[in-house]
Design a protein around this ligand. Sequence first.
Ligand code: ADP
Ligand SMILES: O=c1ccn([C@@H]2O[C@H](COP(=O)(O)O)[C@@H](O)[C@H]2O)c(=O)[nH]1
Length: 228
Amino acid sequence: MRSQRKGRKGENIMINDTKKPIVIGVAGGSGSGKTSVTRAICERFVDKSILVMEQDFYYKDQASLPFEERLKTNYDHPFAFDNDLLIEHLNKLLEQKPIDKPIYDFKRHTRSEQSVRVEPKEVIIVEGILILEDQRLMDLMDIKVFVDTDSDLRIIRRLLRDINERGRTIDSVIDQYLSVVRPMHLQFIEPTKRYADIIIPEGGENHVAIDLMATKVETILTKNTLNI
Ligand SMILES: Nc1ncnc2c1ncn2[C@@H]1O[C@H](COP(=O)(O)OP(=O)(O)O)[C@@H](O)[C@H]1O
Ligand SMILES: O=c1ccn([C@@H]2O[C@H](COP(=O)(O)O)[C@@H](O)[C@H]2O)c(=O)[nH]1
C-alpha cells in the first residue's frame, strides 16, 4: 500500500508500507518546559512508536578534562554540542537502523561511560535549546516547535531543578545564568524562534497546545501522514 505525505521541503511524496519516521523538533530556552511538553506528548502514546532524542545527551564528551575545567565550559554555545554525532544518529534512525545513544551526566558535566541502544520508531522528537540553530538539524525536521516562556519563570524553574536534580547551589546557578545562560539565550536561542512552525507559550501546563500536538502525532501514527 502507498500513501501520500509532504516531504521536508513541502513537496508531495508517496510512501510505501515501510514507514519513514517523522521528526518533530522541540526547541526553547533552558527551563522553558521543552522536556515537560515532550513528556506530556509521549505520555499520551505509551506503547506507541515514539522516541525522544535529547540534544543535551549530545554535549561533547569532556572526560579528558578535569572536573574544575569542565565547570568553565560554556554549555549554552553551539560549539558545546556534538551535532555531527546527533545528525549521524538521526540519519541512522531515519534509515530504520538502531543507534547507541550517549547518556549525559549533568552532575559530572560529561558523557557517562554507558550508552543506550535505541531502536528506530515512527515518530522521533528531537528536543534541545539549540536544535533550530543548526540548519542540518532543521533540514531533518518535519515539524518545528518553540516553547516560549518568559525569562523570570525560566530562571526560577531552572534554579529549583538544578539544585534538586543537577547537584548545583543557588550561587552557582545564578552565576552561570548571568554570565553565560542569559547572554547565549539572547544571542543564539531566542532568534531561532522565527524558524518554528508552532510556538507554545509556557510549556508543560499548556494543555491546549499539548492536545493539538498529540492530535497531530496521533494522525501521523495512524495515517502516516503529516496532513490532518
Ligand atoms: N508550567 C510549569 N509550571 C511549573 N513548573 C514547571 C512547568 N513546566 C516545567 N516546570 C518545571 O521546570 C523545570 C524545567 O522544566 P523542563 O521541562 O525540564 O524545561 P526544559 O527542558 O526546557 O529545560 C522542571 O523542574 C519542570 O518540572
Ligand atoms: O554539563 C552541563 C550541560 C548543560 N548545562 C546546562 O543545561 C542547560 C540545557 O538543559 P535544559 O534542560 O534545556 O535546561 C544549558 O542551559 C546549560 O547551561 C550545564 O549546566 N552543565
